[in-house]
Each structure stands twice: as C-alpha cells, then as structure tokens.
Design a protein around this ligand. Structure first.
Ligand SMILES: [Zn+2]
Length: 305
C-alpha cells in the first residue's frame, strides 16, 4: 500500500493498519513540510478507500487502478476531495486571494454544509483544511463541534506546519501524523499516472533531461502551473528534475521575467506571484533545501486561482 510514496514509512504503516482494520479515524492533522507530500498521501489514501473493486479493505488493501474511481484518480479528477483554503474562502467571499489572511468561521460553516450533502460519487469524502493554524479561534471552535459529531464516511485532514497553534481540544480528537521534509520521492516505475514528459525523462539520458527541463521552463512553466495544466505528480517530477540539474535559480529568474513581461492579464494576482517568486529566490540563495523551496513555490502557485 502507498507504494507510490517511498518515504514516510511510519505514516504509511499507520494508515495501512487503519485501512486493514477498518478503523479509519475522522480527523487527522498532518504536521510538517512540504505540503506536496501531504497531498500525495491524501490522494493515495482517498484512492484506496474509494476503490470500487477492492472495496473490502480487510481482504484487499490496494487500489485496483481499473475501476471508475481509480481511473478518475489517474486522470487527476478528485470529486470528493474538498480543499478548505484561502482560494476557496476568496471564492465564497467574492474577494481577492491576497485579502485572505485567516480562515474564518463562515468558511468552516460552509464546509459543514458541504459535508452533509451526500457523497455523489465516492464512498469517502475528504475535507482538507489548509493552513489549519490560520483558522480564527471562532473557526476552530466551529470545527470542534463538527469533530464531536462527524458525518459518516467523512475524513477531515488539517494541514499545519506546527500543531501548537491549533486548539488542544482539536488536537486531542485527531490523529497526528508527522511528515519529514526533503526525502519526498515517488516510485515512478510503478506509477501509472505519469505523463508523457516523465516517460521521456526516464527513457532519455541525462543530457536530454537537461534539454527537456529547459524547454518546459521556456514554454512557460509558470503559465502551466497557475492555470493548473499540471497535476501534483507532474509538478513534483519537474521540481525534482530542476533540483537535480542545479537549475533552480535560473528557472526562478525565467519565471520572474515571464511574470513581468507576459502576465499583464493577471493584474489582480501579479504582485502576489512576484512576491512568491522573489521569496523563493532568496531562500535558494540562502542554500535552503532546493527541492523543498521549489515544491512549496509550485504548490503555492498552483493554489493561486
Ligand atoms: Zn479501483
């Protein structure tokens, strides 16, 4: 199980054991960085729980990769994964995303309403609150009420860098999983979801990899990420390759240049995009773990719209 996620053995074991025993808890807090890895675990977890063929986890606990549900996951379609974040809040409030500094009680109430709408396709509904530590006190108290009586087949996952800023009463009702940064690898050999570029990358020699990474950068990686033309796994692969090729700084500079020249249509978010890029640039110059910086940057950009 979780064969696509090679690191994080402890987390894999905890979740695998819960799936096998049928003792799934209703609330998890994923603590640590980077978020990209947390997303991968969530997607794998949801895929296994919602697989229509291997639907008796006590006997089978791998996703079949063939049923309608699994095929949707392969196409990066996740109808019952709900992200409760600044992007969502901006949409509900009809405001700009830059205005969102805390997750408000109204957003949690909105989530609560959505929870009670019957799962239209899948067995398990997932609500991912990110960043959980940015919930207001009122929002946390509202969430606490949901946790006291969670709807059936609903899993709430709180993403946080630190758990100390989350209400103790929420923490005590949740399963805490600690993520370690830096060793985030996908087992691409066994991952059927890899897109064409990844295939090319694994088949070609390193010199060609350099070329491919440069090409995709020049074609406007920034545009592709912001417009959600790439999936989580694709972005991770690109981030990993750029890091391996030591071309991260060059890549960021190309993106800054690109944003300044070609993103006039994105007036409402351009300053935010440039801010993210410049912050990532500074972190790279400080020799912070390159892949983490890129992972976090790309996922922030992906969640902009
Ligand atoms: Zn399946």
């Amino acid at each position: 199980m979780f064969k696509n996620i090679l690191s994080q053995q402890k987390i894999n074991k905890i979740l695998s054991d819960q799936i096998k025993s049928g003792k799934i808890v209703h609330s998890y807090i994923f603590v640590g960085t980077p978020n990209s890895l947390k997303y991968l675990v969530i997607i794998e977890f949801a895929k296994i729980l919602n697989c229509a063929i291997n639907n008796n986890p006590k006997i089978y606990y791998e996703a079949c990769e063939k049923c309608t549900s699994c095929k949707k996951f392969s196409k990066n379609i996740y109808p019952d994964l709900h992200f409760i974040d600044f992007k969502k809040q901006a949409k509900i409030q009809k405001e700009n995303i830059e205005k969102q500094k805390i997750l408000k009680i109204d957003t949690i109430r909105h989530m609560q309403k959505e929870m009670y709408i019957k799962a239209y396709e899948m067995k398990w509904k997932f609500f991912i609150i990110d960043p959980a530590e940015k919930m207001s006190i009122l929002a946390m108290n509202s969430l606490l009420k949901v946790l006291e009586e969670p709807p059936k087949n609903t899993i709430i996952i709180l993403l946080a860098n630190h758990k100390e800023m989350i209400l103790k009463t929420i923490v005590s009702r949740s399963q805490i999983l600690f993520f370690q940064s830096s060793d985030c690898f996908l087992n691409f050999e066994s991952n059927s979801e890899i897109f064409a570029l990844n295939k090319t990358l694994s088949e070609n020699k390193k010199s060609n990899i350099d070329k491919n990474v440069k090409n995709i950068t020049n074609v406007s990686l920034l545009y592709k990420i912001i417009n959600q033309k790439l999936s989580f796994s694709e972005i991770l692969m690109i981030s990993k390759n750029i890091s391996n090729n030591s071309s991260a700084l060059e890549c960021i500079d190309i993106m800054i240049n690109d944003a300044e020249r070609n993103f006039k249509a994105y007036l409402n978010i351009i300053s935010y995009i440039l801010d993210l890029l410049n912050k990532a640039r500074i972190l790279l110059l400080k020799n912070i773990n390159v892949q983490n910086v890129l992972d976090n940057l790309f996922f922030d950009l992906l969640n902009l719209k």
